[in-house]
Design a protein around this ligand. Structure first.
Ligand code: IMP
Ligand code: MG
Length: 178
């Protein structure tokens, strides 16, 4: 694996595709075991989770629904600042077991907003499945029930993650060169 340039920055190889897939398969196995007979619905958060979601779901062997949602950001009118709402959720999740599929949890604020946004919709349960987490940056107390890998601080691209809209198509994950 070689260094790559994405837009105007240099990135160095960090996590290889085969290692990512190994962890994704492990997580899929945990979900298959925990949700057997529960008919879960996966809510994949666009854009970043598309590649993770595709690989995860190809390894899910139990009956399930798959849906894709986007987040809309608003500048709040009060001091809480940015408020994010889940957009494009057409089907009802009332009484359903929901598994949120996300690319990365950094500070955790995005995931907290997603969980808040879903909290009034009557799901039977809501669990988080994230490919990556940067534990040193996490500022919110959330339960990441399914996690492929913890990673140290540092900006990464590839496997769905972008730098200014570029690099999502890279098969491996790369880390920015300071
Ligand atoms: P949080 O709200 O700070 O947890 O940020 C989560 C969101 O920021 C993710 O859904 C990503 O879209 C983005 N993000 C966080 N870290 C990175 C990174 O290293 N590379 C690319 N996107 C990132
Ligand atoms: Mg994201």
């Amino acid at each position: 694996m070689e260094k790559v340039t994405v837009k105007d920055r240099e990135f160095t190889p960090f996590i290889r595709e085969d290692e990512i897939l190994r962890q994704v398969c492990r997580v899929a196995g945990e979900i298959n075991r925990d949700y057997d007979g529960k008919d879960p619905i996966f809510l994949c958060i666009l854009n970043g989770s598309f590649m993770f979601a595709a690989d995860l779901l190809r390894n899910i062997t139990i009956p399930c629904n798959v849906s894709f949602v986007k987040l809309a950001s608003y500048e709040g009118t009060d001091t809480t600042g940015k408020v994010k709402e889940v957009m494009g959720l057409n089907e009802s999740i009332e009484g359903r077991h929901v598994i949120i599929v996300e690319d990365i949890v950094d500070t955790g604020f995005t995931m907290r907003d997603i969980l808040n946004s879903l909290s009034s919709k009557g799901a039977a349960s809501v669990a988080v499945c994230t490919m990556l987490c940067k534990p040193e940056k996490l500022q919110v107390d959330i339960n990441l029930k399914y996690l492929a890998m913890n990673i140290p601080n540092g900006f990464i691209v590839g496997y769905g993650l972008d730098y200014d809209g570029y690099g999502r198509n890279l098969r491996d994950i790369y880390r920015i060169v300071k």
